[in-house]
Design a protein around this ligand. Structure first.
Ligand SMILES: Nc1nc2c(ncn2[C@@H]2O[C@H](COP(=O)(O)OP(=O)(O)OP(=O)(O)O)[C@@H](O)[C@H]2O)c(=O)[nH]1
Ligand SMILES: [Mg+2]
Length: 328
């Protein structure tokens, strides 16, 4: 991670690009997010330029099983926020696949409703498999969208598993979506999903079984009782995202959660936690790169030889290596 070198200078005038993005240019926003996606060396300068303008957007994460209606709900929420005159960013993150796949393309088609609205930024991002990709790429993309004047950014994760939980840690408010006919209420109990929800959305309420899902959820929440100390009671909202029904109620619940977060000091706490994760991820990347540079290099060779000769134990050798790497 070096400062923007000659390559970056030639291809982009970064301060101009950042100014354009701040002015709301969709092209500039898209280019900056591409830099994030590509883990470009120019990011160091971009992030320095963005730092004073970031952190203003509310970040709302949407997670849930495939097909539950995340993209449809995102689109309905965009419409609801636009009715309130707010600028909205949408980030569809695919942490599992190295390339933007069919799912993201499908989402783009669904987002066509908002494609011509200049108060909406929509962007898909694959983390291209770089180490700790989500933990720093998503916050950086969020910074770009925030600097571009988004009042709220909706983050939809494509893919399942750990990523669902990981994305939750990136959001101010996490929506967990469920739907009837997708393997009963137990679906919520898996993989820590219940713990990350600030708000449950039972989508496809036009289908039979929605009330059962709500009832199961209530039951599970009462058993868990995890939020009593927090003072936040996790609401359950029923929606028919395909018709936009319930989107306003979801936005209102998100607003209530936002007010609670701010009032209780949790917002600051969550954001600090996120920044710590990001700084740590970048630091580890830098260290890994420097260690990688050392591999086959003189210092490591010399230390290895001393370990083989019995002059040095491997811990002391590692300490020396780390000290050398960190001190550069
Ligand atoms: N009946 C009904 N169908 C819905 C509703 N909302 C979404 N759907 C349909 O459910 C299917 C999946 O919706 P998506 O929004 O793509 O779901 P998703 O969670 O984004 O799916 P992945 O991105 O693949 O994980 C689509 O065919 C939608 O039209 C709803 O409220 N009612
Ligand atoms: Mg989707």
């Amino acid at each position: 991670m070096t400062a923007a070198g000659p390559r970056a200078r030639r291809t982009t005038d970064l301060p101009t690009l950042v100014e354009q993005a701040r002015g709301g240019s969709p092209r500039a926003v898209a280019r900056l997010i591409s830099l994030v996606e590509d883990a470009s060396p120019a990011l160091r300068e971009v992030m320095a330029l963005l730092a004073p303008h970031a952190g203003k957007a509310r970040v709302v994460g949407l997670t849930g099983s495939p097909g539950v209606g995340k993209s449809t709900s995102t689109s309905a929420l965009v419409a609801a926020y636009r009715r309130r005159g707010m600028r909205v960013g949408v980030l569809a993150v695919d942490p599992s696949s190295p390339f933007s796949g069919g799912a993201l393309l499908g989402d783009r088609v669904r987002m066509q409703d908002h494609a011509t609205d200049d108060g909406v930024f929509i962007r898909s991002m694959a983390s291209r498999g770089h180490l700790g990709g989500l933990s720093w790429a998503t916050p950086q993309a969020l910074r770009v969208l925030s600097a571009a004047g988004c009042d709220v950014v909706l983050v939809e994760t494509v893919g399942v598993g750990q990523a669902e939980v990981e994305v939750a840690s990136l959001a101010d408010t996490t929506l967990v979506l469920l739907a009837p006919g997708m393997g009963d209420g137990i679906q919520a109990a898996k993989a820590g999903i219940l713990e990350v929800a600030d708000l449950f959305v039972v989508n496809k309420a036009d289908r039979e079984g929605a009330d059962t899902v709500v009832r199961d959820l209530r039951h599970m929440l009462s058993l868990g009782d995890r939020r009593t100390d927090d003072g936040w009671r996790v609401p359950i909202v029923k929606t028919v995202a395909a018709k936009g029904e319930g989107a306003d109620e979801v936005v209102e619940a998100i607003e209530r959660h936002g007010a609670w977060l701010a009032g209780s000091g949790r917002l600051e706490e969550r954001r600090r936690g996120r920044a710590a994760d990001e700084v740590e991820a970048i630091a580890l990347t830098v260290l890994r790169e420097r260690m990688g540079d050392l591999r086959g290099g003189e210092t490591l060779d010399r230390l290895a030889a001393r370990v083989v000769a019995g002059e040095l134990d491997p811990y002391r050798a590692a300490d020396e290596l780390v000290a050398g790497v960190a001190g550069r």
